[in-house]
Design a protein around this ligand. Structure first.
Ligand code: NAD
Length: 427
């Protein structure tokens, strides 16, 4: 069993793990949770670390490190994405796995929490090298994944192509066609309609709900979105379609701003045509830095890139009164406290970006039944799950007189702890 609270100050995922633990601790205190159950939830059920040798195109051998962490399977099989990024560490993946447990619980899915990752910068590899790495990683974690054990999905720098390679590997190794082993697959390989857009659509949905509850019209709302990948670009597009003015966007290539509003369709098309899939060279707008984007004078700020973007160091520069967490863990615990003191409303990651896992759940259901839904059915059901979770979290926030983040954890921790108690500790 991996102990999650190991400090390692030079580790970039350390902050994310500490903040996930701090949120669990706060919820446990508010709920008066049994001390033993609390200690159990601070740890991952299972951690696998694998060495991944890959023969590169020029014949030399590279070795990467991969992880799969299952934080809790108390409410169902583990569920969580796979990330390919050079900064991946065990702390980061452990923190993200824990967030997945609580994300699935807050949306009331019959699933637990897991996460995987490989420490690699995939942009430095050819497509064939990434394919070999993905297949080797899949073979290495195969003993602990499966539709009734743990179901991976895409995350940073992985996509439906990655999932198709995973399906192929499992099918080849088991001799059984295995589409239900992952979600986020291509639709013609058993993926769900609407999965690719689900996270961004969910982020846009909760943003518009917050505005509606405050009596603010979308067309009177200026928004900045950090990150223009799957989550950021779909969120920006959905909000622009609802009438919001997207005045700043950014990605690894930097930031792009226009007070008159950015044409998001044109930005998406630009990134799609760009070999690196970035906004590099996007014209007709001002260039800004990512730091300037975060400090934009906007009504809503949506960090949708990576964790740890709003920290104790830059929090005083944040001007947006509403932050909707498209990314996982974009606000550190220290910054979170300071923003709460200033009355900034934060819609927390485990609620705001849960749309992806909700439709992943729908995909798992469809793959197992081999019966596929129309897009309209997926979108209608997604809205039902997001609305229900949001209403419950806001009601808890009122009842406990606490910010939505704490309320979301109270709902989630209570559900997971209750599942463990009802099952009884084995043996
Ligand atoms: P992605 O790889 O599609 O996009 C990531 C984006 O962030 C890219 O545009 C990249 O250029 C940008 N980026 C990277 N470093 C940056 C930096 N320093 N400054 C500004 N931009 C930077 O990944 P994604 O799937 O969109 O995931 C983004 C976040 O959302 C992650 O935290 C992920 O865990 C979370 N998330 C994703 C999903 C999903 O369904 N894809 C679901 C829930 C949460």
């Amino acid at each position: 069993m991996a102990v999650l609270q190991m400090p390692s100050p030079t580790n970039p995922g350390h902050e994310l793990l500490q903040s996930a633990l701090a949120q669990l601790d706060r919820a446990a205190k508010a709920l008066g949770l049994d001390a033993g159950l609390h200690r159990y939830l601070r740890q991952a059920e299972r951690t696998l670390i694998v060495a991944l040798p890959v023969t590169c195109d020029d014949g030399h051998l590279e070795v990467f490190t991969g992880y799969r962490v299952q934080h809790s399977t108390a409410r169902g099989p583990g569920k969580g994405g796979i990330r390919f990024h050079q900064s991946v560490t065990l702390d980061e993946i452990s923190g993200l796995a824990m967030l997945m447990t609580f994300k699935c619980a807050v949306t009331d899915l019959p699933l637990g929490g897991a996460k995987g990752g490989v420490a690699v910068d995939p942009r430095r590899l050819s497509r064939n090298e990434v394919q070999r790495l993905t297949k080797r990683y899949t073979a290495a974690i195969l003993p602990i994944i499966g539709p009734e054990q743990d179901i991976p999905a895409p995350d940073v720098n992985t996509d439906e192509q990655t999932m198709a390679w995973i399906v192929d590997t499992v099918t080849m190794m088991t001799g059984k066609h295995s589409p239900e082993v992952v979600t986020g697959k291509p639709v013609d390989l058993g993926g769900s309609r609407g999965r690719t857009e689900a996270t961004g659509r969910g982020v846009a949905f909760v943003t518009l709900e917050v505005l509606r509850r405050q009596g603010t019209r979308p067309d009177a709302t200026r928004v900045a979105v950090q990150g223009f990948g799957n989550v950021g670009s779909v969120t920006a597009k959905a909000l622009a379609q609802a009438g919001c003015k997207i005045v700043a966007i950014s990605d690894v290539s930097g930031g792009y701003a226009s007070a008159a509003g950015i044409d998001i369709e044109r930005a998406i098309e630009h990134a799609r045509r760009n070999a690196q899939r970035t906004l590099e060279g996007f014209g007709g707008v001002s260039r800004i830095s990512n730091a300037e984007l975060l400090a934009s004078d906007v009504d809503v700020l949506i960090p949708a890139a990576l964790e740890g973007q709003i920290t104790g160091e830059n929090v005083s520069e944040i001007r947006a009164p509403i932050i909707v967490e498209g990314a996982n863990g974009p606000v550190t615990a220290e910054a979170d406290r300071m923003l709460a003191d200033r009355g900034v409303l934060i819609v927390p990651d485990i609620l705001a970006n849960a749309g992806g896992v909700v439709v992943s759940y729908f995909e798992w259901v469809q793959s197992r039944a081999q019966f596929y839904w129309e897009l309209e059915e997926v979108e209608t059901r997604l809205e039902i799950y997001m609305r229900r979770a949001m209403e419950l979290v806001l009601a808890k926030a009122k009842a406990y007189d606490c910010p939505p983040r704490e309320a979301a954890f109270i709902v989630a921790v209570d559900r997971v702890a209750s599942a463990i108690s009802k099952r009884g500790i084995f043996p």
